[in-house]
Design a binder for this molecule. Sequence first.
Ligand SMILES: Nc1ncnc2c1ncn2[C@@H]1O[C@H](COP(=O)(O)OP(=O)(O)OP(=O)(O)O)[C@@H](O)[C@H]1O
Length: 211
Amino acid sequence: MAPVPSDLRPVVISGPSGVGKGTLYKLLLERHPSLFATSVSHTTRSPRPGEKEGVDYYYISMAEFEKMIADNAFVENAKFGDNRYGTSKMTIENLTKSGRVVVLDIEMEGVKQIKKSSIEARFVFISPPSMSILESRLRGRGTEKEESIQKRLAQAENEMAYSKTPNAHDLIIVNDDLEKAYQDLESFIFKKRTQDQEAGDASSAGVSVQD
Ligand SMILES: Nc1ncnc2c1ncn2[C@@H]1O[C@H](COP(=O)(O)OP(=O)(O)OP(=O)(O)O)[C@@H](O)[C@H]1O
């Protein structure tokens, strides 16, 4: 039987575009399908052909989205073009209550928002071995036009700078050898949370620890 981690806090994976977040995330879900779960986001954009409500996204109107923001129902939300995207607190809480570890692939602004939210999460930053390797991965993936590659590389500098600020992340993994990076990620997730950490987290969050 697959081991069950004692620490069910959601895991937020961030890092520059092209570093391998999606690849690592997919491996977690493939290797432990009944343990890890993704949180289905809410969006104001229309479904694309083949997409399913509640599987790819929850599709809602702009008015509903704004109501959810007003109700503080999102742990993070963002705007891309004319569309809004958000991760709902309740979706995460329900998955966690059902014994799953929620894995979130989130960019830097979202990470900052989650840190301010009521959700207690663990933050893992995936770093490239070098900026030139990051660039060759982005190019090698073959999904991006030149302009988009340049934008992503510029944003990568911001992500890297943020990763160097104290306490931004609980763990930084350099994704050089993929299997090694995966093993580092998995063992971090399965690591037992010490009582000191629990007490420290609880006092910094201003809540009491419950057994
Ligand atoms: N350790 C590794 N060694 C070599 N190639 C890798 C490694 N990890 C990932 N890759 C490759 O790098 C490319 C980018 O990976 P991936 O799409 O997972 O990045 P990402 O961080 O999820 O990017 P985005 O934020 O844009 O979605 C892919 O082609 C992937 O196969």
